[in-house]
Design a protein around this ligand. Structure first.
Ligand SMILES: Cc1cc2nc3c(=O)[nH]c(=O)nc-3n(C[C@H](O)[C@H](O)[C@H](O)COP(=O)(O)OP(=O)(O)OC[C@H]3O[C@@H](n4cnc5c(N)ncnc54)[C@H](O)[C@@H]3O)c2cc1C
Length: 413
């Protein structure tokens, strides 16, 4: 059996390890356009802020491929899949045949449109190399501009502040982390960032950049200007699937898969940030581009590719984020559509910087946003994931001391 894994990230790595566990003799080739073993992508922001060295990033040793008998084709970019011939083509002109193929190419930063993007010291933040180029641009830099107030934008801004730069953050929506939290929690985050010295500007975006080889100034949509000698673009991601033949493999936002992580094309699987499967809370197809789902999906794809029938229950968006003194935990549907089926309960104590919002659909908890005192978030998330019916008054779940056992007891009864 010839397995080809497109993508050398965590989803691809977990798939390769699962295949090897159940098929010791199969031939496995991993193709990735980055060099070196898989690494912890979320930790690149820690390298930016100086909290860890880059040599802490790898999640497997350089001997990983040898030890698992996997053929690595690193620094190789896939340009085409020929599903009729069961072959993958790379930019370098290689053609690698497969019996089973996994697409685990992750995501690319969402591109922005603005004049002058080709100036030096303007970078995305997705890879180790991006962070290395930012660190190289730090020398003598004083003013950084971060485009985007999402998770990556926030991590970039935080890292650059820790490096001593004045940081301005531009957010197209009205508050930071708008994909993770609701407006009330977002405004708490905004106030916290401002109180720590970050210049947070909302409802605005960059429309152009000017400089002399290197960026010096940004022009904004509200006609103002910002001096900047380093720009980081962190405006979300899109599944990396430009090489996927859409007439042969169903693509929505991501590559559509079934519970075995198999695509509409027999023998071709997808996992991680590139894949789209049912979201447990939303009950609709969704791309949840987060690390733990990439790990689970990779493992399940690998098992199915090696002939073990295992089903993936669906994904759940969730994040724990520390914003200076705010601990934030979110999951599931935080901003429900105006639908009579959704009911929301909220506890908000601005003085103590406490916020708790729970979203229900019928008798099921489907979403949460918590700021501080997040210690019970784990059990609430598991109530969402397991679709445990809530048969106690909804407000009881807002209590910090709520005993999760009461939910299980009601379930059993
Ligand atoms: C700064 C940052 C912070 C993050 N923080 C968090 C967090 O706090 N919590 C969380 O859950 N998630 C976080 N994430 C997201 C998390 O890193 C991803 O969900 C996870 O890495 C997805 O794994 P993957 O294997 O699907 O894709 P990737 O990790 O993107 O791996 C895919 C690999 O495929 C390669 N590739 C792509 N196209 C091709 C091609 N055509 N040919 C060959 N190779 C290709 C890519 O270069 C990459 O090496 C963060 C991401 C970033 C960038």
């Amino acid at each position: 059996m010839k397995y080809v894994i497109a993508g050398n990230g965590v989803a691809g790595m977990r798939a390769a390890e699962s295949i090897r566990q159940f098929d010791p003799a199969g031939q496995i080739t991993m193709i990735g356009d980055e060099a070196g073993p898989p690494y912890c992508r979320p930790m690149i922001s820690l390298v930016l802020e100086g909290a860890v060295d880059a040599d802490r990033l790898p999640i497997r040793s350089p001997r990983f491929y040898e030890e698992t008998n996997i053929r690595p084709l690193l620094g190789s970019r896939i340009t085409k899949i020929d599903v009729a011939r069961r072959s993958v083509a790379t930019e370098a002109g290689d053609a690698i045949d497969y019996d089973k193929l996994l697409i685990a190419t992750g995501a690319d930063p969402r591109p922005v449109k603005a004049e002058g993007l080709d100036l030096e010291n303007i970078s995305y933040m997705r890879t180790q190399r991006h962070v290395q180029s930012m660190l190289a641009g730090l020398n003598g830099a004083q003013n950084a501009l971060v485009l985007g107030g999402g998770l990556v934008g926030f991590k970039a801004a935080y890292g650059l502040m820790r490096r001593g730069l004045n940081v301005t953050m531009l957010i197209r929506s009205g508050y930071p982390l708008s994909m993770q939290v609701d407006e009330a929690a977002g405004q708490m985050v905004r106030e916290e960032l401002i109180s720590r010295g970050l210049d947070v500007r909302v409802n605005v975006e960059a429309v152009g950049f000017e400089g002399n080889a290197s960026v010096r100034r940004a022009f904004l949509s509200d006609s103002s200007e910002v001096a900047c000698d380093l720009v980081v673009i962190g405006k979300g991601v899109l599944p990396a699937l430009s090489f996927v033949p859409r007439d042969k493999i169903d693509v929505d936002l991501g590559i559509v898969v079934n519970g075995c992580m198999e695509t509409s094309c027999p023998g071709v699987y997808a996992a991680g940030d590139v894949a789209e499967y049912v979201d447990i809370a939303r009950k609709t197809p969704w791309v949840n581009a987060i690390w733990p789902e990439a790990v689970s999906q990779g493992k399940i794809a690998g098992m199915n590719m090696a002939g073990r029938k295992v089903s993936y229950p669906g994904s759940l968006s969730r994040n724990v984020i520390r914003v200076f003194d705010l601990d934030i935990m979110t999951g599931g549907v935080v901003n429900p559509p105006p639908d009579a089926l959704y009911k929301t309960v909220v506890y908000h104590h601005p003085g103590q910087k406490l916020y708790r919002k729970l979203v229900f659909q019928g008798e099921h908890l489907v979403g949460l946003a918590m700021v501080n005192r997040i210690e019970q978030g784990g059990v609430l998330l598991s109530a969402i994931a397991s679709r445990t019916p809530v048969r106690v008054p909804r407000e009881h779940l807002l209590e910090p001391g709520f005993n999760y056992g009461r939910l299980l007891w009601r379930r059993a009864g």
